[in-house]
Design a protein around this ligand. Structure first.
Ligand code: ADE
Length: 418
């Protein structure tokens, strides 16, 4: 078996971390047990392009239990947990192509190696695998039964491919499941973003001005948690609806150009390019901390920061201090890549449990239903979403009420009123 990882000697450490995460992933565990018996993915080759974390490892084990043959490649050059990659290779004999800190060329070489595997199902986080497939290996799309997409940014890219008539495979937008984005994007990103900032810098959040760019599900989570730590949170937005929501959630809303000089910590979670750029850096206070928790490293114009700086110094593992000509310092975290996966461990297992339960059940859905799927982006079937919500509640030991027959009749009648 071929693979490309940093260090096989890290396998033992990775194994216990995977086991620890697995204990908090009950829904996925139950799916894994069923997959073991029923083998819904038997004979299928799956190429997964995901963050190589302990949580992803538990998804990989589930797919293998279902009978899939697997290759795993990273969905970001800085998010790989090398011990996890080692354990998957050494203990599970899964072909992993991922090394933390790999350069862009290696990153895409690994993606191409995963495509050499001729997958029947692709699993993506950010759509780099599917876009590489379409851009440079289009003839292979005929063999692909379907793909799943984990993240908002990837879904936006795939919908754009569909709109432009270039999408050649069916895709299920896992991100759009309620059991995914209501929880993973909000509580997962919320907690792991703060975790990443603290691990990278060891700053106190209480009393700081934290500027959150973007009030989507991820931005809401980060804003909520920063406030919970005692920060004064300011939101920047381009969408009037989201801006009103932020205001009514009790946050201050202002344009970046106005808050640039006020913020102590800036976090981008917009999915868009150059949200923080030269004009903003020039207004920032000395000591400002700038980071990104959106999928790609495009949200902060890091090249502009380099251009206007006269000196750079590595202050801590994920902190580069840029000194501007007047002597002002700006601290960029994790090169502008996602702070939660670069400096911390990504979202905690119990929230990835639902996201990856969606991935596993959508892979099974593709295996069973691919003959009826068109070359479009589909939402996750409601039945899957509902099943996962029920399983998660059950795993958490929570119970809910059932409608009485009187209530059922009331809700389905149009006659009843005042
Ligand atoms: N995306 C965000 N957090 C993650 C995690 N822990 N594992 C895989 N993908 C993630």
């Amino acid at each position: 078996m071929k693979f490309d990882i940093a260090n096989q000697k890290l396998a033992a450490k990775g194994k216990t971390r995977i086991e620890w995460a697995g204990r908090q992933m009950d829904v996925l565990g139950r799916i894994q047990a069923r997959f073991k018996r029923q083998k819904p993915l038997k004979g299928l080759r799956v190429a997964a392009c995901l963050h190589v974390t302990a949580e992803t490892a538990n998804l990989m084990k589930t797919l293998v239990a279902g009978g899939a043959k697997l290759v795993l490649t990273a969905s970001n050059p800085l998010s790989t947990q090398d011990d996890v990659a080692a354990s998957l290779v050494v203990h599970d004999r899964i072909a992993v192509y991922a090394k933390k800190g790999e350069n862009r060329q290696t990153y895409f070489r690994h993606i191409n190696t995963a495509l050499d595997f001729n997958p029947h199902i692709t699993m993506d986080d950010g759509a780099d695998l599917v876009s590489t497939l379409h851009r440079s290996r289009a003839s292979q799309t005929k063999k692909v039964l379907g793909s799943t997409e984990e993240t908002t940014t990837g879904v936006i890219r795939l919908k754009s491919m569909e709109k432009h008539g270039v999408l050649k495979i069916p895709v299920i937008a896992v991100n759009d499941a309620k059991t995914k984005h209501f929880f993973d994007n909000r509580y997962g990103t919320g907690q792991s973003t703060i975790d990443g900032i603290i691990r990278a810098t060891n700053v106190l959040l209480a009393g700081k001005v934290v500027v959150i760019a973007g009030y989507g599900w991820c931005g809401r989570g980060a804003a909520m948690r920063a406030r919970g730590m005692g920060a004064r949170v300011v939101i920047t937005e381009i969408d009037p609806l989201k801006a009103i929501e932020a205001v009514m959630d009790g946050f201050e809303v202002a344009p970046m150009s106005r808050v640039a000089g006020e913020g102590d910590i800036f976090v981008t979670l917009t999915g868009d390019i150059h949200v923080i750029r030269k004009e903003h850096f020039l207004k920032m206070k000395s000591g400002a901390i700038v980071c990104n928790s959106g999928h790609f490293d495009v949200e902060i114009d890091t090249k502009a920061l380099q251009r206007i700086s006269k000196k750079q110094r590595q202050m801590r593992e994920y902190v580069i201090e840029y000194t501007l000509p007047g002597g002002k310092h700006i601290n960029l975290l994790a090169e502008g890549r996602l702070i939660n996966l670069a400096a911390a461990e990504g979202h905690p297992p119990s929230v990835m449990d639902m996201s990856f339960a969606n991935q596993a059940l959508c892979a099974e859905y593709i295996a069973r239903n691919h003959r009826h799927l068109e070359k479009r982006v589909y939402g996750v079937p409601e039945k899957i979403d509902e099943t996962i919500a029920k399983m998660k509640l059950d795993a958490m030991g929570m119970h809910i009420d059932k409608l009485t027959s009187e209530q059922l009749t009331y809700l389905s009648s149009w006659e009843a009123g005042t």
